[in-house]
Design a protein. Structure first.
Length: 259
């Protein structure tokens, strides 16, 4: 029997109720493995609250604690085998949590949820039909103003980091390896993607590359011999709902959200 995975990112969960709806949805999937591609939690009450600039430090800390509890609450509800690669929201939030809630011990795993290290090879399937899963966590978010000097400096720093991490990388069977990242390569998404990821797809002919991060459209492109596929829930639910089938009435009600 073929081993099947369900890659998905950009859930942008904002409340405990949404965390329950999304967890129930993922628990109902028929695939062997769920792969979360990041930006699962939006941190809408604290870090990405439009009113955060007018909030007191105490209010920010209280709302950040609420968002962390939503994060933990979602993951503890998962009862399906899950591999979780962090996105820009999670990676940025980790730094904020360490600064504002230094004594807060995060509880983000259970017996079903696994967070691998960068480029850790995970064996999937039977010996006769074996697949491999690998991915990376880009270290931090970048400034949203794509014209700013800060943005360009940060982007170069991340590109250099990806190059450093991938230069010594050895992938024995790329044609059987699924690469998972939150961010896309830069072939079409020049500002939102990374050249380092494009170079990975040019260097290795992977079975497939799954990414998220891109909300506005759906694009499947070939980079070298690898198909790079957008699996952002926001884009899929707006533009290609059948990509999420079989779905549920509860999750359909979230399709029209503005993210």
């Amino acid at each position: 029997m073929e081993f099947r995975i369900f890659p998905i990112g950009d859930l942008h969960i904002e409340s405990m109720e949404q965390s329950k709806i999304f967890a129930n949805y993922l628990n109902s999937r028929n695939e062997n493995l769920v792969v979360l591609l990041g930006d699962v939690i939006h941190f809408a009450n604290s870090i990405w609250n439009p009113s955060s600039g007018q909030m007191s430090e105490a209010d920010i800390n209280r709302e950040l604690e609420k968002d962390v509890s939503i994060w933990e609450g979602f993951l503890i509800k998962l009862k399906v085998p899950t591999v979780y690669y962090f996105g820009s929201h999670e990676m940025f939030a980790l730094g904020v949590i360490r600064t504002l809630l230094p004594s807060r011990e995060l509880k983000l795993t259970n017996k079903f949820v696994f967070m691998p290290n960068n480029f850790q090879i995970i064996k999937l399937g039977s010996r006769s039909d074996q697949l491999f899963l690998m991915g990376l966590h880009v270290p931090d978010n970048i400034h949203p103003d794509v014209k700013s000097k800060k943005f360009l400096q940060r982007k170069k720093m991340i590109e250099d980091w990806i190059d450093k991490e991938t230069s010594p990388l050895h992938i024995p069977e790329p044609q059987k390896t699924i690469l998972c990242t939150h961010d896309p390569c830069d072939l079409y998404y020049r500002n939102m993607g990374y050249r380092g990821l494009t170079q990975m797809l040019e260097r290795w002919a992977f079975k497939v590359h799954y990414h998220a991060h891109i909300h506005s459209n759906i694009r499947q492109i070939a980079v070298g011999k690898t198909q790079s596929i957008n699996r952002s829930f926001v884009a899929l639910s707006k533009l290609d709902p059948q990509a999420l089938e079989p779905s549920t009435s509860e999750i359909r009600s979230l399709y029209g959200r503005d993210i």
